[in-house]
Design a protein around this ligand. Structure first.
Ligand SMILES: Cc1cc2nc3c(=O)[nH]c(=O)nc-3n(C[C@H](O)[C@H](O)[C@H](O)COP(=O)(O)OP(=O)(O)OC[C@H]3O[C@@H](n4cnc5c(N)ncnc54)[C@H](O)[C@@H]3O)c2cc1C
Length: 362
């Protein structure tokens, strides 16, 4: 079978998942070019989103949003498979306690395929919640998973070149390969690559990594402000990511101490297990004491601020012809890059297959 050379621009969760999905077809030889790539160091640039995620799997596609629904479902089963067969990947199945503000209509679409889904009785809902479900979700230990994706890709013959591009069309030359096709997975960075997509914007996130080995489930709940949500995501190694904020358009790169206090208070109320307590002691944020906050503060390992690659209208999954290259765009996954990564990667492969087949007929 003839093998086509392709460049993937970007080495975050979307770039690596797309690169692996192209590689798995056996039809493509793949080179990744990226300014930032996963490494063992904990000192990570804020110029890319992937190392800053929680990350858990929490579906939110509405019934009519077929693309997002399929991406979430595909990724659910792929991550379950990775959790079962690849212990080094840092992916685990855990129960989710999912509370929200808008229940939508009828049974949520994902109830038909997630494992062990049921409603949580109203008496257990936290403040500001208007529904509650529990189901088997997935948690991703982000640093481990990114390294695993990278190692897996390279072990299968993939090549990664670390370089900053000035334009998407420079990527084959920088990669040193005769590629006629490029997949653009540059997240927020696509703005500086000649793509000029005015729909892109950052959504600031602030999280804390804390030591809390008792937490063996993930949870999420609404907060008083619409640009806040409370979430707790264990990493499976005794540490837990707690958050957080969704500040659209903000580029403030430093930790906000008031937000840190807010996160500590809200997360203790949602998950008393952070302080080694049980649900019987679940309280409203207003009932969390200064002493409680002080105890969880003493368990903080670090605070982090990252920027989600958001896009008005949702991710861009589209073919464009630029400077003689077939470019498949796969960027703009905002707050759901991990939980929908394998689905969007499959869709990008289908788009590339179709575009190259159409070009071959001309
Ligand atoms: C606080 C926080 C919590 C989150 N929690 C979750 C969660 O629980 N679940 C979930 O599914 N998602 C979550 N996300 C979202 C998720 O992190 C993103 O959707 C995802 O990381 C986007 O990945 P990406 O590969 O598209 O972009 P990025 O990770 O930003 O990668 C972009 C890549 O492009 C490269 N690049 C950019 N510009 C250039 C250039 N000029 N030249 C060369 N290379 C370039 C970069 O170096 C990088 O390799 C969270 C995000 C944040 C910030």
């Amino acid at each position: 079978m003839a093998v086509t050379s392709v460049v993937v621009v970007g080495c975050g969760v979307i770039g690596l998942t797309t690169a692996l999905s192209l590689q798995r077809t056996g039809r493509y030889s793949v080179t990744v070019v990226a300014r930032e790539t996963p490494s063992a160091t904990s000192d990570v640039s804020q110029e890319w989103a992937s190392p800053y995620a929680g990350a858990n799997w929490r579906p939110f596609a509405s019934l009519g949003d077929t693309v997002q629904r399929e991406a979430e479902e595909t990724t659910y089963f792929r991550l379950r498979d990775i959790a079962a067969t690849q212990p080094a990947a840092g992916v685990k199945v855990v129960p989710m306690r999912d509370f929200g503000v808008s229940p939508g209509e009828g049974v949520p679409p994902f109830f038909s395929y997630v494992h062990n889904a049921r409603y949580i009785p109203r008496a257990e809902w936290p403040e500001h919640a208007y529904f509650g479900y529990t189901y088997e979700s997935l948690i991703v230990n982000v640093p481990r998973y990114l390294m695993w994706l990278r190692q897996h890709f390279c072990a299968l013959g993939g090549v990664i070149r670390q370089a900053e591009l000035a334009h998407i069309c420079d990527s084959p030359a920088v990669a040193g390969v005769p590629a006629v096709a490029v997949v653009n997975c540059a997240g927020l960075g696509c703005q500086a690559l000649g793509v000029n997509d005015a729909a892109m914007f950052p959504t600031r996130g602030q999280t804390l990594l804390v030591q809390a080995p008792m937490v063996d489930f993930t949870a999420t709940a609404p907060a008083a402000r619409s640009d806040r949500a409370t979430y707790v995501i264990p990493r499976g190694d005794g540490t837990v990511v707690i958050g957080g904020v969704f500040e659209q358009g903000s580029t403030v790169a430093s930790e906000d101490p008031e937000t840190t206090d807010e996160i500590l208070r809200n997360c203790i109320a949602l998950c008393p297990q952070l302080l080694d307590r049980g649900f019987e002691q679940l309280r409203r944020p207003s009932e969390v004491t200064k002493d409680d906050i002080g105890r969880l503060r003493a368990r903080i390992i670090c605070a982090k601020v990252g920027f989600r690659p958001s896009r008005h209208g949702g991710p861009r999954l589209e073919v464009e012809h630029l400077g003689g290259l077939t470019v498949v765009h796969n960027y703009g996954h905002s707050s759901f890059g991990y939980q929908s990564s394998w689905g969007y990667a499959s869709a990008a492969v289908r788009l590339l297959d179709g575009a190259l087949a159409a070009a071959a007929k001309l």
